[in-house]
Design a protein around this ligand. Sequence first.
Ligand code: SF4
Ligand SMILES: [Zn+2]
Length: 228
Amino acid sequence: MPPAYPAACSVGQWMPVPEINELALGGRFHAYWPARCSVGFVPVPVAIGVAILLLLTALVAFRLVAVWWKYLGDRVITCPENHRPAGVTVDSRRAAWSGVARTPRLRLSACSRWPEMAGCGQECLSQIEASPEGCLVHRILVDWYAGKACASCKRPIGEIPPAGGKPALLLGDGFSVEWEQISAELLPETLATAKPICFACHMAQTLVREHPELVVDRHLPGDQASNR
Ligand code: SF4
Ligand SMILES: [Zn+2]
């Protein structure tokens, strides 16, 4: 007959070891050695099972995010059909789900040659599989700016910030444009002739072009300095 201790044993209360052991057999309270009362005791196998489940969930989540991130973004490839550059986008969510436990199965969600070529075999995917990052528009531009200086102020372009003021492209006609204004399929031939221009010079040039009435030309001598 176990002693009637349950009401006297509360969480965290110290009790004599023999009494705790009696309660641990079938009472509401369980004993953790050396002799401390506790409730909600989780059997070791269950605790291990929960830990393994949490670990597997974390691994799957990590793999999903990693694959999704890897295939995110616009890319430039050479279309095998006409051997010209084309802008494509991988369905990164589909790639992530298909790649949880194996090599991701890639499909495109957009191509600059669609809808005319919609229904093609997407043979260009082999280029993305071979070099997922090498054909990323962002990576192509970062590599292109590396080591270059602004064509206007001659200062080094330097590191390109992940957000905010990015350098622009100075085109052959003297106009500067932002990256987003160049469609992916035109990027290779645009970069072949464009020059780099820093964010500050691009902003200044844009202001002169779009709001000449707000600009004062200080290069004009004395009283000739005025709004253009
Ligand atoms: S999706 Fe088709 S049309 Fe577009 S680049 Fe790839 S192979 Fe060419
Ligand atoms: Zn500059």
